[in-house]
Ligand binder design. Structure first.
Ligand code: SF4
Ligand code: SF4
Length: 202
């Protein structure tokens, strides 16, 4: 409430274009609108023209498929460094897995996607004959299980086609995880430390 003898404070607050027009007069309003439209138009042309010479990144899936250059994400426990790559379906090397369960423990706080299961194989490094199976209905492809494996037994691959009709089919047994994925893709993409790079078709 404004008291009778209190000073009047004039604030120039324009709540709409109409207020601005009232304040500046018709000429000022038209000038302001025209200059903002022109600058918006120039920005649009500038932004669009930047992409004219860049090769298209999208493609027609599933007629066209990705072909990754290089392997999926790996981790070198000796050097303690991750090797950049796509984080798709895992690959399990049975001849290296000791059944130590460290991958399952790493996943416990993330997604609980790994269960250790019995295998009908005898490996001298794996006395309990247990290996990880992975539920891709739960996996978030973080790669922590790969980081946790001290025996170079678990990596990720470039396999991204994991859809299934039932939840059960999303669970990959140790035998399924041992299969190296095959690719027949033609749109080449390379994943490195800078992210995904498109490779033009030859
Ligand atoms: S990549 Fe998947 S399985 Fe591995 S720790 Fe992450 S959520 Fe678990
Ligand atoms: S995959 Fe690696 S971390 Fe997991 S049980 Fe086998 S050896 Fe241990």
């Amino acid at each position: 409430m404004v008291q009778a003898n209190s000073p009047v404070i004039h604030k120039h607050v324009y709540s709409s274009s109409f207020d601005l027009w009232r304040s500046t007069g018709a000429g000022g309003f038209v000038d302001t609108k025209l200059s903002s439209t022109a600058s918006g138009f120039i920005k649009t042309i500038e932004s669009g023209s930047k992409h004219l010479l860049i090769k298209r990144f999208t493609f027609r899936y599933p007629e066209e498929k990705l072909k990754f250059v290089g392997d999926g994400y790996q981790f070198d426990p000796k050097r303690g460094v991750g090797i950049a790559g796509y984080r798709g379906r895992h690959i399990l090397f049975h001849d290296k897995c000791t059944g130590c369960q460290l991958c399952a423990i790493a996943c416990e706080g993330i997604a609980e996607a790994i269960g250790m299961v019995k295998v009908d194989e005898q490996w001298k490094q794996n006395k309990k004959a247990i290996m990880p199976q992975i539920d891709y209905g739960k996996c978030v492809f973080c790669g922590l299980c790969v980081d946790a494996c001290p025996f170079y037994a678990l990596y990720m691959t470039d396999d991204y086609e994991l859809s299934a009709f039932t939840k059960e089919h999303l669970i990959y047994t140790p035998a399924q995880l041992a299969v190296k994925p095959k690719y027949d893709g033609e749109v080449q993409i390379k994943i490195d430390r800078m992210g995904a790079n498109h490779r033009p078709r030859e």
